[in-house]
Design a protein around this ligand. Structure first.
Ligand code: HEC
Ligand code: HEC
Length: 320
């Protein structure tokens, strides 16, 4: 029996065969893709769960007692520290809490640290202040995620007592709890240990330093420059700031090594002018640096930091 359109059948068979092959491949491809997506999804899921577990882990630290103070000298020195060391930047000038990063899917706000509505310190006992500020651990034993307590870990007992005195005497104002919204990749980096919290970075055994006289000296400058380490790195040679939004430039190399910016500041006056204005000697604006805070540094503190930077050994940029 002759078939009316034999070729057609053949073709259509081939077509069918081909499409079956293609669809098998497609299905297999889709299967592979699906498996990859599931692996990636499970990876992200596991990462997020690990990040959550890490955030809610208990850090046990032994908190050395600190004599709290209420005297006028402590309150006025505490006020200076509160405004010149960054507390105000993240908690607001009045302590009610403040958004300090809102960029690239990241929203971070420090909580209200007054006794007003929405404050987080109403049940704070004396040792809780020391545990939070010096160790980056909250009263329930869980780590603070973002607060840079390593900057405050090496405060002298006198300075710590002064800043605590000032905060405890802030008039109660209404405010909010902390906002800690971070994009998924940042949380996964936190789980992987690429991004760390202060409690991980702090050496909890290190005793507080002995006070050095407040003077334009490298020794006092090294003490003040603790506030630069979180961004410029432990050795001040700069590099990408861990966990920072992608739009942030790397922190500058403050040592005389490769890529150093220090040659721009041949005189201490040029350096102090930069801290006061937020601008380089050529007039261009410097990104990211917390100038609202740095502006408040006393002349002695600012000049001492410069004296300290002069003593740093050269390191290539980005060595942190
Ligand atoms: C870079 C921003 C930043 C700076 C600077 C900062 N904080 Fe915080 N602080 C935070 C954030 C965010 C939290 C919420 C806890 C966390 O990090 O998860 C917090 C939490 C706190 C808490 C409450 C912790 C708890 O029990 O929930 C206290 C008290 C506090 N900060 C005091 C201070 C003082 C005093 C200073 C200055 C010496 C300071 N902070 C500097 C961002 C900051
Ligand atoms: C919150 C993070 C942060 C802190 C805290 C910080 N810096 Fe920076 N700093 C940066 C970043 C990021 C840059 C690079 C800015 C740019 O490229 O525009 C920078 C740049 C600089 C520069 C180079 C400016 C120029 O000429 O280009 C100097 C000098 C400097 N910082 C000094 C300091 C000192 C001193 C402190 C402490 C008293 C400090 N910084 C604290 C993030 C920080």
């Amino acid at each position: 029996m002759a078939r009316p359109f034999p070729d057609f059948k053949l073709d259509s068979n081939k077509g069918l065969q081909m499409s079956a092959t293609v669809s098998r491949w497609l299905r297999r491809g889709a299967g592979v893709l699906l498996v990859l997506l599931v692996i990636a999804g499970v990876g992200v899921g596991v990462g997020l769960r690990q990040a959550d577990a890490k955030m809610h882990r208990t850090v046990s630290v032994s908190v050395d007692p600190l004599a709290l103070r209420d005297d006028a000298q402590a309150l006025s020195h505490g006020q200076y520290l509160y405004h010149s060391r960054g507390c105000a930047e993240c908690h607001g000038a009045n302590g009610a809490g403040r958004t300090f990063v809102n960029d690239g899917g990241m929203h971070l706000a420090g909580p209200n640290i007054t006794l007003g509505t929405g404050g987080v310190v109403s049940a704070y006992r004396e040792e809780d202040w020391v545990r939070t500020l010096r160790h980056g651990v909250k009263p329930n034993g869980q780590p603070a995620l973002i607060m840079p307590s390593e900057d405050f870990n090496q405060y002298t007992d006198q300075d710590l007592a002064a800043v605590i005195a000032y905060v405890r005497h802030l008039p109660p104002v209404a405010g909010q709890g902390a906002v800690l919204e971070m994009p998924v990749p940042v949380r996964v980096l936190y789980a992987l240990g690429v991004m760390t919290d202060a409690a991980e970075r702090i050496n909890h055994q290190l005793p507080p330093p002995a006070p050095v006289p407040e003077a334009v000296s490298a020794a006092h400058g090294a003490y003040v420059a603790n506030m630069c380490l979180g961004c410029h790195g432990a050795h001040l040679s700069g590099g990408a700031i861990p966990g920072a939004p992608p739009s942030w430039p790397p922190a500058a190399n403050l040592t005389p090594g490769s890529g150093s910016v220090i040659s721009r500041y041949a005189s201490v006056d040029a350096f102090v002018q930069m801290l006061r204005s937020g601008r380089r000697p050529d007039g261009s604006a410097i990104q990211v640096m917390p100038f609202e805070t740095l502006k408040q540094l006393s002349d002695t503190d600012a000049r001492a930091v410069y004296a300290y930077l002069q003593t740093l050994p050269a390191r290539p940029a980005g060595g942190r």
